[in-house]
Design a protein around this ligand. Structure first.
Ligand SMILES: [Zn+2]
Length: 424
């Protein structure tokens, strides 16, 4: 995907005079613009979570922690629809937290801890792209090139403990949040089934100190101090969030994108998924489909088409613009537009017009909200977690439930204690 995006942005440079991209009213702050751009790139693959109340809640917790971090102003908190647990701190004060992270966390104090860690990176000027996370098995690894080093991670953890405490939350939440995110990443690694070393493998480029060392250090810093936890209200906020489901898939000859659209893969093309990007190769042709969102990317993709006249048509009830990328006639490109995102469909090869036509004719809308969602369920009595799952959450994948709740089968659940299950 990075290559496709780089290509688009390069093409924009080639036609900055285009009427499709109005010049900014005043010179933008380069750091701010950079952060915004990266935020849009990261958002682009998954889009924002469409839950205004939840986004507002995350912003309020972030603002409370920011006040305790020594830099109260200038932050923006965004929730991406990325199912992988993680958070990013971007230049210009944008903090991104993923839906996957929110699902794993168990209290407002833990959310505060994750945001405090990212705010700390921002306050100390660490970012280009700092991450809260944990070993990143198989995920895109966007941050690798600009990885912060282990020292900066230790500093961010230490500042997070202090800010969380000063904001009135229980400082032990920092360690619990780290464990929760790590558990989620490991669960997803196992769920993909491809690797047997999910529990021990570490990315060589991962800047974060090893998780046990990190947890031990954070526990020492946090001490036994009490404070607010905010478990019930946090769980109420995240109830109903989609569980997984936002990964693109290839099924029965179709590419189901994360943006609620599906495309037929023409006969003769061998599809390969890289993250949420489809690449499909035939003997003398290549097809790729990527979904981008955010105003900047929309402008970028439109501008990419500036050097050729483009044709408008309809595809699956959406508007599609067909042209070339930066005037390169070897590739035919269609932008399938809707309010939240743009799907870029690019085809190269001698029969590019025909192939593109077939793909656009095949566009269908899919109901992305149909998958399982997070339900909060209370135990009727004191019982073992495994019995709770059988009686109260039938149909929930036990491994997912263990990861979401941080409990193993033998754990004892207290009566009326709220726990996470999947709907249906
Ligand atoms: Zn970090």
């Amino acid at each position: 995907m990075k290559r496709a995006i780089a290509l688009l942005l390069l093409s924009v440079g080639g036609c900055a005079h285009s009427a499709t991209v109005p010049p900014p009213a005043r010179a933008p702050d380069p750091e701010q613009t950079g952060g915004q751009l990266v935020a849009d790139l990261l958002m682009g693959a998954h889009g924002p979570v469409q839950r205004p109340a939840l986004v507002k809640y995350v912003g309020a917790v972030g603002a409370r922690v920011a006040r305790a971090s020594g830099r109260p102003q200038g932050w923006q908190f965004r929730v991406t629809d990325d199912p992988t647990p993680g958070a990013h701190s971007l230049p210009g004060g944008t903090v991104l937290v993923s839906r996957g992270a929110l699902l794993q966390l168990d209290s407002e104090a833990e959310l505060a801890a994750v945001l405090a860690h990212e705010i700390a990176h921002g306050v100390m000027g660490h970012t280009l792209l700092a991450k809260t996370a944990v070993p990143e098995h198989g995920s895109e690894g966007t941050s690798r090139a600009a990885a912060v080093d282990a020292d900066e991670e230790r500093q961010a953890d230490a500042l997070a403990v202090r800010a969380v405490e000063r904001a009135g939350y229980a400082p032990a939440a920092v360690g619990r949040a780290l464990s929760a995110l790590s558990r989620g990443v490991i669960h997803q690694c196992h769920a993909r089934g491809a690797r047997s070393d999910c529990d021990t493998a570490r990315d060589e480029d991962d800047p974060h100190p090893s998780m046990p060392a990190r947890l031990a250090r954070v526990a020492l810093l946090a001490g036994p101090g009490g404070g607010e936890i905010g478990r019930t209200r946090y769980l109420e906020q995240i109830q109903g969030l989609a569980l997984g489901g936002a990964e693109a898939t290839v099924q029965s000859g179709r590419f189901h994108s994360v943006g609620g659209l599906s495309f037929a893969i023409p006969p003769g093309f061998a599809p390969a998924l890289s993250g949420n990007v489809l690449n499909a190769k035939a003997l003398d042709a290549e097809l790729s489909i990527v979904r981008l969102s955010g105003a900047l990317l929309r402008d970028a993709t439109r501008a990419a088409l500036c050097s050729a006249p483009y044709v408008a048509r309809e595809a699956g009830g959406r508007r599609a613009l067909i042209g070339t990328l930066g005037g390169d006639d070897a590739q035919r490109v269609a932008l399938v537009d809707d309010r939240a995102s743009v799907h870029v469909v690019a085809v190269s090869g001698p029969s590019r017009d025909l192939v593109l036509d077939r793909v656009l004719e095949s566009v269908r809308r899919i109901d992305s909200g149909a998958g399982p969602r997070l339900a909060i369920v209370r135990a009727p009595k004191r019982m073992r977690f495994t019995d709770f799952l059988r009686e109260r959450c039938p149909g929930t994948d036990p491994a997912l439930a263990r990861s979401l709740n941080g409990l193993d089968d033998g754990a004892v659940v207290e009566p009326d204690h709220p726990l996470k299950c999947a709907t249906k």
